[in-house]
Ligand binder design. Structure first.
Ligand code: DX5
Ligand code: ZN
Length: 217
């Protein structure tokens, strides 16, 4: 499949979110990547239900909700009700990930599992059959605009091998430090969805940058 682009709204203009949402609606962006941070799992606090509910009303594109919160199982139903299509939880933040992933699917959303840069792909071995997507963090979560951790490329290849060896239909998403310079390398390694925040929103022409991320060669 051709890869998808999921702009991270963490780098959008919160004083005029509607303008950025309309830009994304009219762009070739595939998904909206929404980063929810609780100030406990990561050293930052972002946004939650009220913002997601409003974004849901303003777009028909897929809402890809990345939960950087401890014990995410407490809030899965509310994120689904707020409009999430894909809900991804961190392996490191969850006591019973299999149960949580099944709950996400029972609520009718797609289920994603996320691992941090320091977490090996091996930990996914027993859980990979329960997910629609694996999100590999290519920066330490918490902030936009960080530099890509190059070792993540090896993890993409390892994960791709795991998925193919089990004949599963699981997407691979990468998040953090994606630029026009490294996007082709990660797609060639097997990534299906590129998240990009700073690269898109700090560029002079975000619509064109999205186009370039989609058609890198
Ligand atoms: C980091 C977030 C990312 C972040 C990506 O914790 O999960 O989605 O917004 O931003 P960039 O593309 O700027 O690294
Ligand atoms: Zn994210």
């Amino acid at each position: 499949m051709a890869h998808l682009v999921a702009p991270s709204l963490l780098s959008a203009n919160f004083l005029n979110l509607e303008k950025d949402i309309m830009m994304l609606n009219q762009s070739e962006a595939d998904w909206f990547h929404l980063d929810v941070m609780d100030g406990v799992f990561v050293p930052n606090i972002s946004f939650g239900f009220p913002i997601i509910e409003k974004i849901r009303k303003a777009t028909s594109k897929v809402l890809d909700v990345h939960l950087m919160i401890v014990d995410p199982e407490r809030y899965l139903e509310r994120f689904r009700k707020a409009g999430a299509d894909m809900i991804s939880i961190h392996m490191e933040a969850c006591k019973h990930p299999v149960e949580a992933l099944r709950t996400i699917r029972n609520f009718g959303a797609k289920a994603g599992i996320v691992i941090n840069p320091a977490t090996p792909v091996d930990v996914l071995s027993d859980i990979i059959g329960e997910v629609d997507m694996v999100l590999l963090m290519s920066v330490h979560p918490g902030f936009g605009g960080q530099s890509f951790i190059a070792e993540t490329i090896g993890k993409v290849a390892e994960l791709k091998h795991l998925i193919l060896s089990r004949q599963l239909n699981v997407l691979i998403e990468i998040d953090g430090g994606i630029t026009l310079q490294n996007a082709l390398t990660v797609v060639d390694a097997g990534v299906d969805i590129l998240v990009a925040g700073n690269t898109i929103f700090a560029s002079s022409n975000p619509t064109e940058t999205i186009h370039q991320l989609k058609f890198i060669h």
